[in-house]
Design a protein around this ligand. Structure first.
Ligand code: TYD
Length: 143
């Protein structure tokens, strides 16, 4: 398990192409915008108010999480420190490194959570139990 910390996760500002009266466009490009190659893209939508998503860690996967529409919070946890980030701008992406427990909450109505991931989908990369996460991360069970 990676010795990553919540402070290794950061907001990446995406470039914005403005067109007067015609709206905006932001770009994510491998090697330029994100420090990994995007192999998979998925998005969460129609999340009912009060629902929570995530609630897991990835062993090797990196992600860029973007509030493509609306807003939600991402709580990052490295087993020692927790940090909550509000995502509410389509031109900002949260880079989440491997080995971080994440929970997504407080979805606004109509929110779309766009996720760009460094790997394809494989269940073996998930840690879905917090106790297991703490053991893999720090070698001891949670107190
Ligand atoms: P999951 O990652 O658990 O969602 P979240 O953490 O956002 O609550 O995925 C939910 C379901 O979708 C689960 O059954 C696995 C499936 N899934 C895929 O088949 N492919 C994918 O790329 C992803 C992200 C999920």
């Amino acid at each position: 398990m990676k010795k990553s910390k919540v402070y290794d996760c950061s907001i990446i500002e995406l470039n914005q192409h403005h067109s007067d009266r015609k709206g905006n466009l932001s770009v994510v490009e491998n090697g330029l915008t994100v420090p990994f190659d995007v192999k998979r893209t998925y998005y969460l939508y129609d999340v009912p108010g009060g629902e929570s998503r995530g609630g897991h860690a990835h062993r090797n996967l990196s992600q860029l999480i973007v509030a493509a529409s609306g807003s939600f919070t991402v709580t990052l946890d490295d087993g020692k420190v927790k940090r909550t980030v509000l995502l509410n701008r389509p031109y900002q992406g949260l880079h989440v490194v491997p080995g971080i427990w994440r929970t997504l909450d407080d979805f606004s109505s109509g929110a779309v959570c766009l996720v760009l991931a460094s790997e394809g989908y494989t269940e073996a990369d998930y840690i879905r139990h917090y106790d297991q996460f703490i053991i893999e991360k720090h070698g001891t069970p949670a107190r």
